[in-house]
Design a protein around this ligand. Sequence first.
Ligand SMILES: Nc1ncnc2c1ncn2[C@@H]1O[C@H](COP(=O)(O)OP(=O)(O)O)[C@@H](O)[C@H]1O
Ligand SMILES: [Mg+2]
Ligand SMILES: [Zn+2]
Length: 420
Amino acid sequence: MNLAVKYRPKTFSDVVNQKHAVITLQNALKTMNIGSAYMFTGPRGIGKTTLARLFAKGLNCEKGVTADPCGKCENCLEIEESRNVDVLEIDGASNRGIDQIRELRENVRFTPLKGRYKVIIIDEVHMLTQEAFNALLKTLEEPPKNVVFIFATTEPNRVPDTVKSRTLRFDLRPLEKQHIVERLKKVATLESMDFESDKVLELIAEASTGGLRDAISLLEQAYIYSQGVITLEKVKELTGILPQEIYLEIFNSILDKNSKGTVEIIERVVAQGYSLEDFQKGFVRAAEALLKAFYGLEKNEFTILASRFNEFQILFLLRVLKDIELDLRSLSNPKIFVDFHLLRLSKIESELELLPEVNFINSSSSPAIKNGTAVRTTPESLISETPSEPSMGNKEAPPKDIIAYAKEKLKLKEVKNGPY
Ligand SMILES: Nc1ncnc2c1ncn2[C@@H]1O[C@H](COP(=O)(O)OP(=O)(O)O)[C@@H](O)[C@H]1O
Ligand SMILES: [Mg+2]
Ligand SMILES: [Zn+2]
């Protein structure tokens, strides 16, 4: 049984976290103010297809146009199973050519057979060819009566502006961990699945990169794999994912400059049977959560810890992440280097200490790179040699836009070999 499909929201009120889209769509249905093209954007598994089908049901429910489709009539049921004659679901990736769009244009000229509207849902619409987009645009410019287009895409920037500007666009929000956990709890309860503790659901949420669809599928897998109560242990085995607490521990120990402690944690991780690749993957996720917490984009388990970091440490953390990844790929015995990179991290206390690191990340004109070879420089030499860089060497004036700064600095780093 595919639980992700089974628990696709049947009503607008059951949709998690997409309030702005839900309210606007429901209002459109209530007031019969129906646009001719909509676009739902956002990563996988956050409700694009779900909302498209709900809207189609709202238009064609046998109750009449409604903000609360019944979900039970023939039209609603058929739409749910994507087999309704008036609601066409097209995969843009496999129907990307001009011919398919021409065919579609022919098709929309005929009136709906069973419902009031023809609804054309094009998934991953950014995959269409330029010609196909042009043909589509012609239809959008003179939309036939009672036809509604709904485009879904994970990459809205690849959709031509001319097409985008003809649509009412909803940028759906990625689901936060807490939303995913709540939804998983609901599904588990309705399915009478026993789980050890909420930690199990948290770990599943952390492991699923593809929004709710993946999370629910993983829950299902974990249930089958556990044959009874879903335990943390089983989920760890199944996903190879390390719980985020490990990274909280590591970050704390780095900030405490507890080198021994840091190395011990890595030893423990390896002793528990995790691979360094697993460690690295989890590390990336943890760093991402830390970054979001640091800039206040999200409240999560790293929020308190984040206040102990400064921006330069955050910047350097990204550098270390990348170094670990490169070493894992290229070295036959990378373990010692993983330890080493983490220890580098604990050495960085202030912006000043970071200067050689940042500069070496920087460019070949930097004093840290001489004649194409990286050399260790002291903060003092940098201060005297790079007076033109306002933020460098001046502790009172850190760069204003640290993200742009970090991006700029990190851009060049892969081509250089480190001083280590
Ligand atoms: N916002 C959401 N609220 C509730 N369930 C959701 C939500 N987003 C995704 N899901 C779950 O994930 C599954 C896939 O969602 P879907 O709408 O097809 O995602 P996509 O954005 O990739 O089109 C649904 O069947 C449902 O179980
Ligand atoms: Mg979809
Ligand atoms: Zn209905």
